[in-house]
Design a binder for this molecule. Sequence first.
Ligand SMILES: [Zn+2]
Length: 341
Amino acid sequence: MARILHHGAVNGVTGSCHQLFDASGNSVLIDCGLFQGSEKSGREADPLPIEFPIEQVKALVVTHCHIDHVGRIPYLLAAGFKAPIYATRATARLLPLVIEDALKVGVTRDESLISKVIKLLKRLLVTVEYGKWVAIPGFGATGVRFQVAGHILGSAYVELKLPDGKVVFSGDLGAPYSPLLPAPKAPYRADCLVIESTYGDRLHEARRTRSRNLQKIIKHCLTDAGTILIPAFSIGRTQELLYEIEHIIHREGGDWHNLDVIVDSPLAAEFTQHYQELRDLWDAEARRRVSSGRHPLSFEQLITVNSHVEHIRLVQYLKRSGRPAIVIAASGMCAGGRIVN
Ligand SMILES: [Zn+2]
């Protein structure tokens, strides 16, 4: 059966990088992620260089563009990787932004180096539509196919057809009925399944309960003109939250229109823009809202903060104005970023 090496995502939950071999020793990588949060100790921590030979690696297949699945791509490129990088349309579009931001924040301020990396990355990217089998030259598989994973925009689980069976890599899967994105459909068959789970020991609250809790908290904030601070990943959670908040404001009307909703992260604001432009990938409910004249991700009360100066100004404004506000700030697991400043 399939031979697979796991570089990362073994001792911790982040840093996925799987290597799948064919019979002649050639291989493909599925994701190339970076360790995050408390699993590394500060910026100077070991950046996890690519510690395996890459000459026979024929491709990189990217399930989605969260940093714990793509963060080591610059190190892969630095190691001389020149094979194609397969990704869905949305992932191919978001990935260069994610990598550029990761380099700026954690690695280098050298603009020309960053632009070199991004240029190379864009050249290697091969866009693949969901549901289509694509051949990987030089690798002994009939093909690779991306299927909707419902986790973030562009996310996929991937299927690889080898002569002796089908291997499926789950990537990160979204919960069914999650907002904005179509729910994943289970693969028809798998002879070998590599499944990833971050919060595998928790049951997700039903979406309706979550939305009702959010509404309760917002109501409280409206009554005492307070500020709610919500930490959220720039890609995925931020847009889901905006989508739910827009719906609550739309449903409740009245006072609720006075609420300021602030996205306090330039990167999250940029991703939200891309989410809007790629709305053909939204689920039916979200598209219905758009065709009824609503703007689920760019509603009237939405304010985006694009720089540190604006951030400081915003904090002062909130102190002074006493207006009710929701602030969505970067950082998903509450371990770093603006939420701690
Ligand atoms: Zn993810």
